[in-house]
Design a protein around this ligand. Structure first.
Ligand code: 5GP
Ligand code: MG
Ligand code: MG
Length: 180
C-alpha cells in the first residue's frame, strides 16, 4: 500500500473544506446528507467542524459492484430525512466519473430541495461523464484506485486512518480473501 494522504493532511484538508462551507452558508441552517457508505468517516469529521445549525441525513448509493470499476448506480433513499424546501449539501468521498453526485442532485431536486450543493474529499483527475462539478473539494488526486478514510475495496480498508493506493497485487489478494 502506498500512502497518498496521511492523517495530518486529511485533517487539514477537512478543516479547509469546512471553513469554505462555513464562509458560504454563514449561520443559515443546512441539511447535510452523507452518501453512504464511503463518506462515513469524512462525514463524521466534517459535520463536527461546521458551525451552522444542521439537520443530518443519509442516502445510500453504490456503483462499484464488488470491484474497482464503476457499474450501474443503485440508490436507496429509504433512510433519508425530509429535504423539501431545505438547503442540501451532499457529502461524498470521491468524485470520479461524476455519475453518483449527478444522479443524487437530481434525486434531491425531485424531492423538492430548495438548493443542492456537493462536497467531496477527493476529486480524481480524469475525464468526467457529467457536466456537474463538485462545489467543494478537499484534494485533487491522480486517477488511481484509493482506499482508507471511508473508501473501500470489497468493503475492506474503510477503517484506515490514512488514504492509500491499493497496488494490483493487493487488489488480487483481497479479492481472493473475500471469496474464501
Ligand atoms: P462516480 O459516480 O463519481 O464515478 O464515483 C463515485 C463513487 O465511486 C464514490 O462514491 C466511491 O464510492 C466510488 N469510487 C470512485 N473512485 C474510487 C476509488 O478510487 N476508490 C474507492 N474505494 N472508491 C471509489
Ligand atoms: Mg460511494
Ligand atoms: Mg465502494
Amino acid at each position: 500500500m502506498r500512502i497518498l494522504l496521511d492523517e495530518d493532511q486529511l485533517k487539514q484538508g477537512v478543516e479547509d473544506l469546512a471553513s469554505r462551507i462555513d464562509r458560504d452558508y454563514g449561520r443559515s441552517a443546512l441539511t447535510v446528507v452523507a452518501v453512504m457508505t464511503g463518506s462515513l468517516v469524512l462525514f463524521a469529521d466534517l459535520i463536527r467542524r461546521l458551525s451552522m445549525p444542521q439537520r443530518v441525513g443519509v442516502i445510500q448509493a453504490s456503483s462499484y459492484r464488488g470491484g474497482t470499476q464503476s457499474g450501474d448506480l443503485h440508490v436507496d433513499s429509504g433512510m433519508l430525512i425530509d429535504v423539501a424546501d431545505r438547503d442540501v449539501l451532499l457529502v461524498d468521498d470521491i468524485f470520479d466519473t461524476g455519475k453518483t453526485l449527478d444522479s443524487l442532485c437530481g434525486v434531491m431536486q425531485e424531492m423538492g430541495a430548495r438548493s443542492v450543493r456537493t462536497a467531496v474529499l477527493l476529486h480524481k483527475q480524469r475525464e468526467h461523464i457529467t457536466s456537474l462539478r463538485p462545489d467543494y473539494v478537499a484534494f485533487q488526486i491522480p486517477d488511481e484506485f484509493v482506499v482508507g478514510y471511508g473508501l473501500d475495496y470489497l468493503d475492506m480498508y474503510r477503517n484506515l486512518p490514512y488514504l492509500a493506493v491499493l497496488e494490483p497485487e493487493e487488489i488480487e489478494a483481497t479479492a481472493a480473501e473475500a471469496k474464501s
